[in-house]
Design a binder for this molecule. Structure first.
Ligand code: F6P
Length: 479
């Protein structure tokens, strides 16, 4: 397959599947966690592209292969690269820095060197696979230098970059010792996409201040005559796909079985997150625990189902978080539960889409309370699955999704009392109120699905190429 040149190349840190070695020594492929994978999957299918990414693990020299109709090109990483590029610079430096310093970012020069090396390898692979004039779409914070390296190798390509996580304000970003290199890396793209308008503005302002390029609104003018556009493209989900799944007999039955297994409580609260310190899992469980302790809720009336998907388990901060959540769940169940009636039903695992849809259908109140989140697709998936226009969404103001899902119960996850009040209100809301809110949110999600997201990015990227050719004749009205 590598001999063929491709018109669309997707470059992401991860492939959509992870290579796992079973206990009997055989290897299988398992779907990777996270929103990025579920968002790009349909784009790949629609455009018949090829996807370059790390297959997880340390296997070297894996050959390109096809999985479930997708053409995948594994790019291997050595144990040292995993430690320094993925766990280190990507998830120990950039992740906390881009998420409001929810944890303290670490700055290590060796991590940076390996990040540069791995980004260069991704760029070389993309340069090798792309046809003349092809479109290459690079994804996320692990690969911010790829656009620049790729442009140096292949100036003929149209290069798009999309950041799935927040882009921080200058006050935070300027802590990064390699701030200028990251900005210049991104400027290798023709179009740089963000979740929200504020993130795109942060980027343009930083480019003006730190790199010194001229800018006007969402455009950056480079000395070599190129123009780069920075714009918001709020990501979404396969809304119709989730809705169909939610309507299926299998999911309807499974949702009933889940309620039954939980002892048919009056209301089920649900949280589904990667086990990440940005997600506010601890705070939401504490808020729920206090509502039980204060007597506002009882374990016969309500249960909280929390699914925590294992993630980045070798990174220290994630290990600590897991211990904290384990302890909290143990304490809440020990103090507040009764035989057959735990306060929290806690599951440290990942589930296939069908089980997720069943949980969404079973749950009365979906609780999504990140301290900072680029978008949060779980919130959107819940809405898509509420085919009877009922159910409540409690959503953090600091999730990108809050810009669109205005009818949710919006909360500040740092405000414990505010969060308790919102959980209780959502619990007590009248059916009419729920329907009114859910209908509006469902309309938003069905009109702005992942296909619309991908189409608008790809169209803009194509237009942008035209735009770049005519950039030298633009008026000098730059700010
Ligand atoms: O959307 C953010 C993101 O970091 C993606 O880049 C990634 O695929 C997903 O979350 C899951 O994280 P990881 O690849 O570290 O398991």
């Amino acid at each position: 397959m590598t001999d063929v040149a491709h018109d669309l190349v997707i470059v992401a840190n991860r492939l959509p599947v992870d290579r796992v070695i079973e206990s009997d020594g055989t290897t299988t492929w398992r779907r990777s966690p996270g929103g990025l994978v579920s968002a790009i999957d349909p784009v790949m299918r629609a455009h018949d592209g090829v996807w370059i990414g790390w297959p997880g693990g340390t296997d070297q020299d894996l050959q390109p292969f096809e999985d479930d109709g997708l053409q995948l090109v594994p790019l291997s990483m050595t144990p040292e690269e995993i430690e320094e590029h993925y766990e280190g610079f990507s998830n120990g430096t950039l992740w906390p820095l881009y998420h409001d310093l929810v944890a303290k970012p670490e700055f290590h020069r060796e991590w940076w060197d390996t990040y540069v090396k791995v980004n260069r390898r991704f760029a070389e692979k993309a340069a090798e696979l792309a046809a003349k004039g092809a479109t290459v779409w690079v994804h996320d914070y692990q690969l911010q230098l790829v656009p620049q390296f790729l442009r140096e190798l292949r100036p003929d390509l149209r290069i798009g970059f999309y950041l799935h996580i927040p882009f921080p304000p200058g006050e935070l970003f300027q802590q990064l010792p390699w701030r200028r290199q990251i900005l210049e890396g991104l400027l290798g793209a023709d179009l740089v996409g963000f979740q929200l308008p504020g993130a795109a503005q942060n980027f343009v302002r930083l480019v003006r201040q730190r790199v010194g390029h001229k800018t006007h609104r969402d455009l950056v003018y480079l000395p070599d005559g190129r123009t780069v556009r920075a714009a918001p493209f709020p990501i979404s989900i396969d809304a119709a796909g989730f809705e169909d799944l939610a309507r299926s007999d299998a999911v309807t039955k499974r949702a009933e079985a889940i309620r039954e297994a939980l002892g048919n409580p009056r209301k089920i609260f649900l949280g589904i997150d990667r086990l990440d310190y940005t997600k506010g899992i601890y705070a939401r469980l504490r808020a729920f625990g206090e509502l039980l302790r204060d007597g506002h809720l009882g374990v016969d009336d309500a249960v909280f189902v929390q699914v925590a998907v294992p993630s980045r388990e070798r990174v220290e901060q994630y290990r600590l978080l897991r211990d904290e959540i384990d302890r909290l769940v143990g304490r809440l169940n020990g103090d507040l539960g009764r035989i057959g009636r735990p306060a929290i039903s806690y599951l440290h695992t990942s589930y296939p889409r069908e089980e997720m849809a069943s949980l969404y259908r079973a749950a009365d109140i979906m609780v999504v309370t990140p301290y900072r989140d680029g978008m949060n697709l779980v919130a959107k998936e819940y809405v898509a699955c509420r085919i009877e226009d009922d159910g409540a969404l409690v959503l953090s103001e600091f999730a990108g999704a809050a810009d669109e899902l205005r009818q949710a119960w919006l909360v500040n996850p740092y405000d414990m009392n505010g969060m308790k009040a919102a959980l209780l209100e959502a619990y007590q809301a009248e059916p009419r109120e729920l329907t009114k809110r859910m209908k509006a949110m469902r309309k938003q999600i069905s009109q702005h699905d992942v296909k619309a997201w991908a189409d608008s990015f790809m169209t803009e990227l194509a237009d942008d190429a035209h735009h770049s050719h005519s950039k030298t004749v633009r008026p000098a009205t730059r700010s």
